[in-house]
Design a protein around this ligand. Structure first.
Ligand code: ATP
Ligand code: MG
Length: 1041
């Protein structure tokens, strides 16, 4: 968007209808004097003011300066709607208003982050206090809010009615005239929240407590208390509901004023006190003080014969004593005598009646004045901002306005001097400084003439030569100084001063207007004649020491705090009132000079507080002395805004691509480039030596608007960048964290691994050492190894045990340490196997085994084929009874057949083989051929049995031959040789008769003959009759024996 488009479009669209109405109304006259054609004409200036005033348009600008004309009537322009309307809107977009100025100051403070103050000036009754209240209300409503801040804000708002009650009074000029100066700082945090406040008060006109001019009143609070105070309260304070009853309230003879509602105001003040957080005792003591002042005013002194004051303990005195908590006796003495210290003694010196009254009044003023200061401090405590971060402030200065009465005294002198100082400050900051700046910056400039009131300020305040110095000198000098001697001194010193005149110094004409006791100052705002009476006294503001001491004993906490010991003890003379005031104004000037200024110039429309009346002469006079025309001239010719190049560039450089983000060259060139880019017209600005000067505020506002838009774009960009940066940072952080965790984890793992390895090394070492010393006795070195060896051996052994009793080979070779154990185990295991085996044997098997044992006893190690026979089980018989011939059976049944087996019988001579059945009975062996029993050999007659040692199955049964029926020995071949012979040996009980022989075996044949059977080994099994006539039996050699 180009700059000119902004300018056109800068008005806010779619504002409330109200704005439309306002702008329409605003067509009356000109809202900013800068736009006035006849800007040099005072008449045109006044006409414009008047025209607007007649339409209730009381505000008009001169640039950013606001002129306010007191309408003396309520205008409906201070409501919430109006506040909302002006909130955050550029100064010139809406008709002039005090809110616009307040808002502009606020936003400038926020954007520039610096301190500001609003100087509200104008004579008494012009509307300064009202203006300051409006500003405060605007901030209270428009600033961001929170519960906590609301409290601070409420307190700030409520401090006004309280301070006004105690510090304002009705004067001839103003029904609510400020009788003290007030500077209030409103503190804002960076977000623009009002977070605290601080009030400085200046010189309260306390003489009003004891004296009021005709038509004036004492401070409002007295009337509010008497009129509005609750019955109970009045009773407690000993007050009557009658202002006429109190001497201090009747002086002005106008206790009741139509514009003031004391009863209502009392309620407001009471409520305000509780909002500001005054507790019960504070409030009680505070009203005690106020009531005590009223009572004090009624304390009456009688005169004795010598004229000395006599004070009887009357009711009023007792009330004073009660309320300020000082013993009545002490009070009575303090008010009627003065203690004079003479060397070591104290002399009580009685007062004359006048003097006693003076002392009483001095006490009343002191009590009230100090209580007022206490009140300000107390309010400050409750407004104090608790947070210590940096704050920016907007100061509001509302001070008593310039005033001229019929009789003007020391107070008016101070008030008018104060106004003189503020005018000086205004001149300094606007007319003088500004023009000097143009000159310094080398800006072409036609100087504007203006009246500089420095001359009057100097007249009053100059060291050694000013009026205050002369007054102080007169107050402090020994001897009889009076108000008149002071006047003389003034005349001496000021003699020729153009702004000073007295009766003596004046020309004939003027002299007529002056009394002898007067001096006249030609103030910037007009002539004021001061009556010197009371100047010395008021400047000294003396309160006797003994009175202060009496007050120190007070039981009223406020009074006690007001009369602190150090002050009483201090022997140094305190500074005079005027000097104190001068110094406090000096400090104020310094405070203000450090801030940016905004001005509200209040004008009084008429002297009669009359609404709708525009007193031309009066207004013209004010316009003149306030220097408004000069201000306009400087504004017109001058520049609304200036800023150092560096600052200007820093703020607005984002608006031009050449200057953003950095301008490398000289700042002034950067600014030149920038404003050219923005399209500034040549008449809109000037380049000074160090600053750029912008002529019209609107140019700046347009630039500011452009910056606002640009700022948002920038903010978005910066935000995006920042978000990216944050995300990157976050990612980096996460990555770092991951790496860290990884590293840590690896470290943990590595440490674990290292531990494991170290452990392993230890174990291996121990193992090796154990291994090396395995043969030795158990030591710590090898014990574990041995245990391991033991265990591993046992474990292995467990899986490799022999499965059968006969398995003698399977047994793991034990390590040396286990030899013994292994042997025991082996035996145990073997025994266990045996037992298991034995338990598994059946009776039949057992019988068979027993038979086999017999067989073994006979043949083991003797006959070659024995080993093969061991595994072959014996049977009960080899021929079942069915297969034996019945006749044979019948023949031998009685002998019980025990065993039968087929055999081959060889003839004893021819050796012819013949198959036969051999049957064993209980008592004999039968050789049977079918049904024929071929031979019966009684066991008794069986001499023996011979077999060869070879693998054949031939046997020779030797039978006794003494029985001739016997045919001789039997040559039999039986496949079940062992089985048969075992059975036979058992049946015949002939174990020992069975012989295993080598080589040839002799046998007998019937008739005492004998032959041999030759046994040999050969390739084939053969049985034949050898050449030698022997039976030859050849058996293949058995491989193993
Ligand atoms: N903006 C306003 N609208 C209506 N009335 C106003 C306005 N300003 C001032 N007044 C009236 O004028 C009276 C005097 O105004 P204010 O007390 O503000 O004067 P001042 O400048 O503070 O005088 P002083 O110097 O005596 O304190 C107010 O009480 C009020 O009645
Ligand atoms: Mg005021």
């Amino acid at each position: 968007m180009s700059f000119s488009t902004w300018q056109k479009g800068k008005g806010k669209l779619g504002h409330l209808d109200l704005e439309g109405a306002l702008t329409a109304r605003d067509r009356v006259g000109i809202q900013d004097f800068v736009l006035l054609d006849a800007h040099n004409s005072e008449t045109a200036f006044l006409d414009n003011l008047k025209k607007r005033f007649s339409e209730d348009l009381i505000y008009t600008y001169i640039g950013t300066l606001l002129i306010s004309v007191n309408p003396y009537k309520e205008l409906d322009i201070y409501n919430k709607k109006h506040m909302d309307l002006y909130m955050g809107v550029n100064f010139y977009e809406l008709p002039p208003h005090i809110y616009a100025l307040a808002d502009n100051a606020y936003h400038t403070m926020l954007t520039e982050g610096n301190n500001h103050f609003i100087l509200i000036s104008g004579e008494s009754g012009a509307g300064k206090t009202e203006a300051s209240k409006k500003i405060l209300q605007y901030y209270a409503v428009s600033c961001p809010s929170s519960a906590l801040l609301d409290t601070v804000r409420d307190r700030m708002l409520m401090s006004n009615p309280v301070l006004e009650a105690f510090g304002n009074a009705k004067t001839l000029k103003n029904d609510n005239s400020s009788r003290f100066g007030k500077y209030m700082d409103i503190q804002f945090d960076r977000q623009g929240d009002a977070v605290g406040g601080h009030i400085l008060s200046y010189l309260l006109e306390k003489s009003r407590v004891v004296h009021q001019n005709h038509g004036e009143r004492n401070f409002h609070i007295f009337y509010q208390l008497v009129e509005g105070g609750e019955e109970d309260l009045l009773r407690q304070l000993g007050l009557e509901r009658d202002t006429q009853h109190y001497n201090y309230l009747v002086g002005g003879e106008c206790a009741n004023v139509s514009s003031i509602n004391d009863k209502n105001d009392w309620k407001t003040v009471k409520n305000a006190l509780s909002v500001i957080h005054f507790d019960e005792s504070d409030i009680e003591h505070l009203f005690g003080v106020i009531a005590s002042v009223l009572h004090l005013g009624n304390v009456h002194f009688d005169g004795d014969t010598k004229g000395y004051a006599v004070l009887n303990s009357n009711a009023e005195l007792r009330w004073v004593s009660k309320l300020i908590g000082v013993h009545v006796q002490v009070l009575q003495e303090a008010l009627s005598y003065r203690k004079i210290e003479a060397k070591t003694d104290e002399v009580m010196c009685p007062f004359m009646v006048d003097h006693a009254v003076y002392v009483r009044d001095a006490l009343a003023k002191a009590i009230y004045g100090r209580t007022f200061t206490w009140l300000v401090n107390r309010i400050n405590e409750s407004l104090e901002n608790q947070d210590s971060t940096r704050k920016t402030v907007i100061g509001l200065l509302d001070i008593y306005g310039f005033e001229v009465f019929y009789v003007n005294s020391f107070e008016q002198f101070c008030i008018n001097y104060c106004n003189e100082k503020l005018q000086q400050l205004f001149i300094q900051l606007t007319l003088k400084a500004e023009q000097e700046e143009y000159e310094a910056e080398g800006i072409e400039w036609e100087p504007v003439q203006f009246f500089n009131n420095k001359i009057i300020c100097d007249l009053v305040e100059e060291k050694y030569r000013g009026i205050i110095s002369v007054l102080d000198e007169e107050c402090l000098r020994p001897g009889d100084a009076t108000d008149l001697t002071f006047l003389e001194k003034l005349e001496e010193k000021m003699g020729n001063h153009p702004h000073f005149v007295t009766h003596k110094l004046a020309d004939k004409k003027t002299r007529k207007t002056l009394d002898r006791g007067d001096f006249r100052l030609l103030h910037y705002a007009g002539e004021v004649t001061y009556c010197v009476v009371g100047f010395i006294d008021k400047n000294n503001d003396l309160l006797y020491r003994h009175i202060k001491e009496a007050m120190r004993q007070s039981k009223n906490s406020i009074i006690r705090q007001c009369f602190l010991c150090d002050e009483v003890d201090s022997r140094r003379r305190p500074e005079t009132v005027a000097t104190q005031f001068k110094n406090s104004l000096l400090e104020l000037t310094e405070i203000l000079m450090a801030k940016e200024a905004w001005y509200v110039r209040c004008l009084k429309s008429n002297d009669n507080k009359q609404s709708g009346k525009f007193d031309d002469v009066l207004v013209r006079h004010q316009v003149k002395y306030l220097g408004l025309i000069e201000h306009l001239r400087v504004r017109r010719a001058g520049f609304a805004y200036r800023r150092r190049y560096e600052e200007f560039l820093k703020r607005y450089k984002p608006l031009c691509p050449d200057t953003w983000p950095h301008w490398r060259g000289v700042a002034a060139d950067g600014v030149e480039t920038l404003v050219k880019h923005l399209g500034y017209q040549p008449d809109e600005y000037k380049m000074g030596r160090t600053k750029i000067f912008i002529r019209y505020a609107r140019t700046l506002f347009a630039t500011e608007d452009a910056f606002e838009i640009c700022k948002h774009e920038l903010a978005t960009r910066i935000q995006a960048k920042y978000k990216g940066y944050r995300a990157k940072g976050e990612f980096k952080k996460q990555k770092e964290a991951a790496t860290k965790i990884e590293t840590c984890w690896r470290g943990v793992q590595a440490r674990k691994e290292r531990e494991r390895r170290a452990w392993a090394v230890k174990v291996i070492k121990k193992f090796i050492k154990g291994y090396m010393t395995r043969g030795q006795a158990k030591t710590t070195d090898n014990s574990e190894y041995l245990a391991f060896v033991r265990q591993s051996y046992l474990n292995r052994l467990k899986g490799n045990l022999p499965k059968t009793v006969l398995d003698k080979t399977t047994w793991l070779t034990p390590p040396p340490v286990m030899k013994e154990t292994s042997e025991i185990l082996r035996q145990l295991h073997s025994r266990w196997l045996v037992r298991k085996y034995v338990r598994g044997i059946t009776p039949q098997k057992k019988a068979q085994m027993q038979m086999k044992v017999i067989t073994s006893a006979i043949f083991k190690g003797k006959k070659d084929s024995y080993p093969q026979s061991v595994a072959v089980p014996f049977q009960d018989t080899r021929i079942s009874e069915q297969d034996i011939n019945v006749r044979v059976l019948q023949t031998i049944r009685h002998e019980r057949i025990k065993y039968s087996v087929p055999v081959v019988k060889y003839d004893r001579n021819g050796f012819k083989p013949r198959p036969r059945q051999l049957i064993l009975t209980q008592s004999a062996a039968y050789l049977v051929e079918e049904a024929k029993i071929k031979q019966r050999a009684d066991y008794v007659s069986l001499k023996g049995v011979s077999v060869s040692n070879l693998g054949d199955t031939m046997m020779i049964l030797h039978v006794a031959n003494d029985d001739h029926k016997q045919k001789g020995d039997l040559l039999l071949q039986c496949d079940h040789l062992y089985e048969f012979l075992t059975k036979l040996s058992v049946l015949a009980n002939k174990q020992n008769a069975i012989k295993v022989l080598q080589g040839s075996i002799k046998f007998e044949i019937q008739g005492g003959k004998e032959n041999f059977v030759d046994f040999s080994t050969g390739q084939e099994p053969l049985v034949y009759k050898g050449k030698n006539g022997h039976l030859t039996v050849v058996t293949p050699r058995t491989r193993t024996r």
